[in-house]
Write a protein that binds this ligand. Structure first.
Ligand code: NAD
Length: 487
């Protein structure tokens, strides 16, 4: 299987190569096969991409929002027409099963282009402020050149979630995908160009943690939106702060999912499984600390074990496969090291924890894993694992579980399962998180703001709220009479 793109970067409407950049391989995680060979961006490539973006942005910003939106909507149509091709590429890039990518990856990217393309005509208006004769008005203006930096778990979605609001608001974007998943964003750039986006407005350059700072520190960059770990977020936000740049930080989490004893048991288990095993556990908002009320603990664990052991692991291109490999060997090793810590610190390994026996030895697979009897101070309960490892904790009552759920530096997401609606609302009101669910988990439609609080970041993606993070307001005071000066 090969997925070699025509060149490593997409700049100013065309594929561009600079073989002076450090070469790196794109590896299909299911087999370890090299599917593409690329080059990281040299400083010359970074310069070229930012210069193209800067050149193109002014004319784009001068177009009507409706005209900009029309191009984004066309891009969403092309993505839907090519959903299978894009989903297969996403599967090669990440190892995620085609059963998932076909419903969750290009489609959620297309949703972003469709949503922001659709709201463009109405959502970028300013206000008229009457002042008794005089008046003021506000204009919502783009920031200029925006940089997007992606993680490897949802490469196409991240490229679109950042690109759609940035572009529709009149900005240009330079996007750097994760070095682990370099392929998807190039296709998004190609499709935008094909949909009629003028050249230079959406550029993709490759590279790793040494390339990112070249973008973040560049004087012509007005804003940086990062999806990545807290550690990277601190570095990127710090560098951006030194030049007072706008930032959006979509970072990691260790989110609580609380199951009260009156919950619909099968739904709660389904929610916990989706919130831990989807995308092989590589989802930032996962509910990795599952708090189960003591009265239903045994029933919950026995059904969870039964259902988890039926998960179909295997070839990600087989539509029956439900769980694929981890994105890389390094991430797999990290997850295994947490499994060892869980055992060493006294958690009960309910199921999983090993390598499945029906997969290629070169693939980076791990069984879906559940630890029970986890306590708050265990390492597996405090640190983000970013793999298919669920921690189940017991609790007695509501006040106790809220305090324990909030006892973390993270604040990305949280969920509650209960059939008592007033309790559900009371609990979500007190949970410290940016994105919360009642009686479901991990649904993130484009209409709803998505993002975190505390160390999980700031700013919001999706919904009209995202436009606030890609524009700034200009206020204009208009005097209707003469200036009365006291001197
Ligand atoms: P990472 O932080 O290692 O890398 C993220 C991106 O930042 C990569 O493109 C990387 O090359 C780049 N980068 C690294 N150091 C940089 C620096 N100093 N300056 C500029 N760029 C730099 O994260 P990852 O391992 O790719 O992704 C996993 C993490 O992302 C997890 O913590 C996960 O929770 C988080 N994540 C968050 C969200 C969200 O929306 N909140 C979504 C997906 C993933």
């Amino acid at each position: 299987m090969k997925a070699q793109p025509p060149a490593s970067h997409f700049i100013d409407g065309e594929y561009v190569e600079d073989t002076a950049g450090t070469p790196f391989d794109s590896i299909y995680p299911a087999t370890g096969e090299v599917i593409a060979r690329l080059h990281a961006a040299t400083p010359a490539i970074v310069e070229k991409a930012i210069a193209a973006a800067k050149r193109a942005q002014g004319e784009w910003a001068a177009m009507s929002p409706t005209a900009r939106g029309r191009i984004l909507k066309r891009a969403s149509e092309i993505m839907r027409e090519r959903n299978r091709e894009l989903s297969e590429l996403e599967t090669l890039d990440t190892g995620k099963p085609i059963q998932e990518t076909i419903v969750a990856d290009p489609t959620s990217g297309a949703d972003a282009f469709e949503f922001f393309g659709g709201v463009a005509a109405a959502a970028l208006n300013g206000d008229y402020i009457p002042l008794g004769g005089d008046f003021a008005f506000t204009k919502r203006v783009p920031l200029g050149v925006c940089v997007g930096i992606g993680a490897w778990n949802y490469p196409q979605q991240i490229a679109c979630w950042k690109g759609a609001p940035a572009l529709v608001a009149g900005n240009a974007m330079v996007f750097k995908p994760s070095e682990n998943t370099p392929l998807g964003a190039l296709k998004i750039a190609e499709i935008l160009f094909e949909a009629g986006l003028p050249k230079g407005l959406y550029n993709v350059i490759q590279g790793d943690r040494t390339t990112g700072p070249l973008l973040v520190n560049h004087k012509d960059v007005a804003k940086v939106s990062l999806t990545g770990s807290v550690e990277t977020g601190r570095k990127v936000a710090g560098a951006a702060a030194a030049q007072l740049k706008h930032v959006t930080m979509e970072l990691g989490g260790k989110s609580p999912l609380i199951v009260f004893d009156d919950a619909d048991l099968e739904s709660a288990i389904g929610g916990a499984m989706l919130g831990n095993f989807y995308s092989t556990g590589q989802v930032c908002s996962n509910g990795t600390r599952v708090f189960v009320q003591k009265g239903i603990k045994d029933k919950f664990l026995s059904r969870l074990k039964e259902r988890t052991e039926k998960i179909v692991i295997g070839d990600p291109m087989d539509e029956a496969t439900q769980l694929g490999p981890m994105v890389s060997r390094a991430q797999l090793d990290k997850v295994f090291s947490y499994v060892e810590k869980g055992k060493a610190e006294g958690a009960t390994l309910l199921t999983g924890g090993g390598i499945p026996n029906n997969v290629s030895a070169e693939g980076t697979y791990i069984q879906p894993t559940v630890f029970a009897d986890v306590t708050d101070e265990m390492t597996i309960c405090r640190e983000e694992i970013f793999g298919p490892v669920m921690c189940v904790l017991d609790f007695d009552n509501e006040d106790e579980v809220i305090a324990r759920a909030n006892g973390t530096e993270f604040g990305l997401s949280a969920g509650v399962f209960t059939s008592d609606l007033t309790r559900a609302h009371r609990v979500v009101d007190q949970l410290e998180a940016g994105t919360l669910w009642i009686n479901t988990y991990n649904l993130a439609p484009v209409e709803v703001p998505f993002g975190g609080s505390k160390q999980s970041g700031f700013g919001r993606e999706n919904s009209l709220a995202a436009l606030d993070h890609y524009t700034e307001l200009k206020s204009v005071y208009v005097a209707m009479g003469k200036v009365e000066a006291p001197y």
